[in-house]
Design a protein around this ligand. Structure first.
Ligand code: AG3
Length: 281
């Protein structure tokens, strides 16, 4: 470890977010660096955001901002339903989405469908606060390709696509065909939510996902959240269903513990800046 003039580590983790934009974080140590059968997996201790998990060089989660993403990708769809029972997460091997889903007392089964078992092992070892609920009896971990798993799934109330960026194996998770398969795995009132990258940097992708979802669902809505360690810090999620969605009556009286999501945000997250609104037009 090289110490600079300030006495601080001069080792940095850098994500090259585009070919002309990067995010750099000063790190104290490298805890794990390996090539799995699927990707490059890295765990580092950063000064500003605590422990960080990167896959193929892209930040997936950090100890200090993970709650924003995990709360917003789960509570927003779950609170649109009176009594969600069966939920699946495609990807999301760190377990953060499962932790949030299991805060809903009506949930009986939360399925995690992760292609790379080493991500789950790493989360269990290095991110105990994120993976904490994977041992819950209602949590079911499947090491499988999400596209194949969904083909045989039925009667899910919510399916959450907690994917990496649309490169390599994850590409299929952004396609119309996958959304059609998801529609067949959901109940009539079921809801799909997929992370849809940054409205500043990934507008073509958001439009492609929107159009893909519209081939299988009558309602497609976008909502946003501030995630400091993701490209541009401003992130989006697409929600699709075959009925108009509105916050369930249980939203306002909930005693679910959160740090980002609030009952008011359940509605407010869908209020979009003009340029993002235009993306959905
Ligand atoms: N999955 C979304 C990560 C996308 C971030 N992209 C990037 N850093 N280029 C996060 C998994 C968390 N459960």
């Amino acid at each position: 470890m090289v110490l600079g003039r300030t006495g601080k580590s001069e080792t940095w983790f850098t994500e090259y977010q585009t070919d002309s934009l990067s995010l750099g974080l000063r790190i104290h140590s490298v805890l794990q660096s390996k090539t799995t059968g699927f990707q490059e997996l890295l765990v580092v201790e950063t000064e500003t955001y605590g422990r960080l998990l990167a896959l193929d060089g892209a930040v997936q989660t950090t100890a200090r901002d993970e709650y924003v993403y995990h709360e917003m990708i789960t509570h927003v769809p779950l609170f649109m339903l009176d009594a969600p029972k069966k939920v699946a997460v495609i990807g999301g091997g760190d377990g953060g989405a499962i932790r949030e889903i299991l805060k809903h007392p009506t949930v009986e089964e939360a399925h995690l469908v992760e292609i790379d078992a080493e991500v789950v092992d790493t989360a269990r070892q290095y991110f105990p606060e994120i993976s904490v609920a994977l041992g819950d009896p209602r949590a079911h971990v499947h090491y499988a390709d999400g596209i194949e798993w969904v083909k045989n799934a039925r009667d899910l109330d919510v399916i959450i696509v907690d994917s990496t960026d649309p490169v390599g194996a994850a590409q299929g998770l952004f396609q119309a065909q996958f959304y059609q398969t998801i529609a067949g795995a959901l109940t009539q009132d079921g809801i799909l939510v997929a992370q849809s990258e940054s409205p500043f940097l990934h507008q073509d992708l958001i439009r492609q996902m929107r159009d893909g979802m519209r081939t299988a669902f009558s309602e497609v809505r976008l909502y946003c959240a501030a995630i400091p360690t993701y490209p541009s810090g401003f992130w989006s999620f697409l929600m699709a269903s075959n009925h108009p969605t509105a916050p369930s009556a249980r939203t306002m009286g909930t005693n679910i513990e959160t740090r980002y999501w609030t009952p008011d945000l359940q509605t407010a997250a869908f209020v979009l800046p003009r340029f993002v609104e235009e993306l959905m037009a």
